[in-house]
Design a binder for this molecule. Structure first.
Ligand code: FAD
Length: 525
């Protein structure tokens, strides 16, 4: 009874707020199995994201029970003539309000509350593993951590990851999904066989390389603009059991990048002749290597930048892993040794650990729990992620790591190269126009503690300064997880992919209903 009242109230508020945007009878006929909610906690959650930089209050939140629920809601918005919008929200780990909307409904894809008590009480489907075919079908709101848990039951796992697993499948596939495996397997969007998508015209379509290929490629890296992913079929491989995880240090960029580029050039070699994961990070702060990924280094054995002869006060840490099964444990040392022999790191700087595959993949969650316990997780995150062309990484180093940043970072700075040939040019994502490009991720947290260099304003200004520097120095970076506020900037971002992007929007979401929080297209009335 209470649920019924809540639902009626939600619909009434929606109708009143949008000024009879929708035909009331149509909304009442929505007949969703999930929950349409205006509960303050639901609305508040959907108003914010991980960035904590913007707040936008939706009219209501839908907890869908199925793809049909989503199609019903999008159909109602498509038929309305007041610019009602619909934004899918995965785990809300965007930085700049990309999953938010004001004049519309947020669909909470992850952590579904399931049925509304009026109908069947259905929930979105659990992952379904096809062990023989080596793929898994997952709900678009499924978190990667749960995908991993399900596939491990069959001794299988996805091939390409993000560093952090509490992100939704639909959310990362709308961007790219990258980590240290991308040099080898490509981003997550290169490891998908098939999708079910609710387009902005409320059609529920299956798409793949063969079936509706235009939609398939547009949606991958498509920033949620063409449809809501309700199911993804993800490629799997036999899961390793353990991981040898190694970090080595460099005092100059050229030796560091030469080695990183060498390691990713081995992608076509047999498994034994390459690492499985290649990442790295920059250490700018004087003193201890003390960011939230630092648990690797023993606190009893602190590393001082000053003792390592860092060039320009900057150190570079290469991070590599080798996966293995317990049955092949005897050969892993040899394989690692022979690869390390070819690298030019500071000889005394080898840090090694060994852990379960699951523990390696879920490593950032441990850091999250630590930060949460100190109240340092739910703070503003003015993150900046850039793809930097290989030919300009030295200029970037000089101007940003050794220039603009000074010796203060306020968070980890990741740097690792990827092979462009592992990225399908037909997807919507844009990358620099070179065979190899770097991800540089400035993952910073702002604190309200009176220290100027840690304030949101300071860090936001520094981000602007970095972008301006790149522009002036002719470093053609592309933003990853891009954020722009005018269509001109978006056109510039997409470059020669813009016409197609725009065309796909006209075809699959002509009324600009979807993911308006990206600020690419304005909803049409
Ligand atoms: P949301 O923020 O909820 O949504 C992002 C966008 O996708 C929105 O526009 C939304 O409307 C759209 N969307 C959401 N679900 C769907 C769907 N089912 N169908 C269509 N569109 C949808 N990224 C990496 O690539 N590699 C990393 O290693 C990495 N690490 C991260 C670590 C942390 C701690 C955080 C906060 C983020 C990290 N990210 C990383 C970024 C992350 O991939 C993006 O923020 C991604 O958008 C988050 O997914 P989400 O599920 O929270 O999506």
């Amino acid at each position: 009874m209470a649920t019924k009242l809540l639902l009626t109230f939600a619909i009434c508020r929606l109708i009143v707020t949008v000024g009879l945007t929708l035909d009331p009878t149509e909304l009442l006929r929505l007949g969703v199995d999930g929950q349409l909610s205006v509960e303050p906690t639901d609305v508040e959650t959907a108003s914010l994201d991980f960035g904590l930089l913007t707040r936008a209050k939706p009219l209501a939140v839908l907890h869908p029970a199925s793809a049909q629920d989503i199609a019903q809601l999008v159909k109602a918005a498509y038929r309305s003539n007041h610019g009602l919008t619909v934004s899918a929200r995965g785990h809300g780990h965007s930085i700049n309000g990309q999953a938010q909307t004001t004049n519309g409904v947020v669909i909470q894809m992850s952590g579904s509350k399931g049925g509304n008590g009026l109908t069947s009480g259905r929930k979105p489907p659990h992952p379904r593993v096809w062990a023989r075919e080596r793929y898994v079908d997952v709900w678009g709101g499924e978190l990667w951590i749960d995908v991993l848990k399900s596939t491990l039951e069959y001794g299988l796992a996805p091939k390409s990851w993000t560093d952090y697993l509490y992100l939704s499948v639909g959310g990362t596939l709308s961007n790219a999904g990258i980590s240290g495996q991308a040099f080898n397997h490509g981003p997550q969007i290169s490891n998908v066989y098939e999708l079910d998508v609710v387009t902005g015209k409320a059609e529920l379509l299956t798409c793949s390389e063969e079936l509706n290929p235009k939609l398939f490629h547009a949606v991958l890296g498509g920033l949620g603009q063409f449809g809501i992913i309700t199911r993804a079929r993800i490629s799997l491989e036999p899961a390793p059991q353990r991981v040898r995880w190694i970090r080595v240090l460099y005092s100059n960029l050229s030796a560091f990048t030469r080695d990183q580029e060498y390691l990713i050039s081995l992608h076509a070699q047999s498994v034994s002749q390459k690492f499985d994961y290649v990442e790295g990070f920059v250490i700018v702060d004087e003193g201890l290597i003390n960011n939230w990924r630092s648990s690797f280094f023993s606190p009893r054995n602190p590393v001082k930048i000053s003792s390592l002869g860092a060039n320009g006060g900057v150190l570079y840490c290469l991070e590599i892993t080798k996966n293995y099964h317990e049955s092949t444990a005897d050969t892993v040392d040899q394989e690692v040794e022979s690869l390390l022999k070819k690298l030019n790191f500071i000889p005394t700087s080898v840090f090694t650990t060994d852990l379960q595959y699951m523990d390696f993949l879920d490593r950032v969650h441990k850091a999250e729990l630590k930060l949460r316990s100190k109240g340092l997780w739910e703070v503003p995150h003015p993150w900046l992620n850039l793809f930097v062309p290989k030919s300009k990484i030295a200029d970037f180093d000089e101007g940003v790591f050794k220039g603009i940043l000074g010796n203060k970072t306020s968070g980890p700075i990741l740097i690792y190269p990827m092979n462009k040939n592992k990225w399908d040019p037909r997807s919507s994502v844009v990358t620099p126009d070179e065979d190899v490009f770097y991800l540089v991720a400035l993952l910073r947290s702002a604190l309200d503690n009176g220290v100027e260099t840690q304030s949101l304003e300071y860090l936001t200004n520094q981000n602007r300064q970095i972008l301006r520097y790149c522009d002036e120095a002719g470093i053609n970076v592309k933003q990853y997880l891009p954020h722009y506020t005018t269509q001109e900037e978006w056109m510039d971002h997409f470059g020669n992919k813009w016409d197609r992007f725009n065309q796909m929007k006209m075809e699959f979401d002509p009324r600009h209903i979807l993911a308006s929080g990206q600020q690419i297209f304005t909803p049409s009335f």
